[in-house]
Design a protein around this ligand. Structure first.
Ligand SMILES: [Zn+2]
Length: 156
């Protein structure tokens, strides 16, 4: 399988590592710490794009994870605080918390790609409604909403 490794400096001064393996398996990390990254995101949102565009967008997405790491850490604190308020700090809720947090981080990483590529992002997707992108944004939004607003939704 084709593998490319990049070392790139983040805005907060750390050097990140990004690996692209084949078409859909990618990972990002700082030092020896790797960000677990389900391949489902790349499978879903890069379908139908030219191979070069898939790799470029995947690279930028992984870099987006590194660039938004401080925000992701803040989100962890907020989600844990929210979970504590709603009495969800049980082990059985841990998987949900992880999924909700990761969904938010996926949104941040992909937003970073959209911001960096600006109008080119839209052109790469042909300016059409891409089914994978719709599923991605809906799925992540539902998970994030669950994490932050569950108690509010339950009380209404
Ligand atoms: Zn991701």
């Amino acid at each position: 399988m084709e593998k490319t490794e990049y070392h790139i400096k983040t805005w907060y001064g750390s050097t990140g590592r990004i690996e692209l393996h084949g078409r859909f398996w990618h990972l990002a990390g700082l030092g020896n710490v790797e960000i677990p990254h389900p391949p489902v995101v790349n499978l879903l949102i890069r379908q139908g794009l030219p191979r070069d565009a898939q790799r470029e967008l995947s690279f930028r997405h992984e870099f987006g994870h590194l660039q938004t790491l401080p925000l992701a850490i803040m989100a962890t604190v907020l989600l844990l605080k929210r979970a504590k308020q709603t009495g969800r700090l049980k082990w059985s809720q841990g998987v949900w918390l992880w999924a909700e947090h990761h969904a938010l981080w996926e949104m941040m990483a992909e937003s970073y790609v959209m911001w960096r590529l600006s109008g080119r992002y839209k052109r790469l997707y042909g300016g059409r409604l891409h089914a994978g992108l719709v599923l991605f944004w809906l799925g992540t939004a539902v998970l994030v909403a669950r994490g932050f607003f569950r108690r509010t939704l339950k009380n209404n």
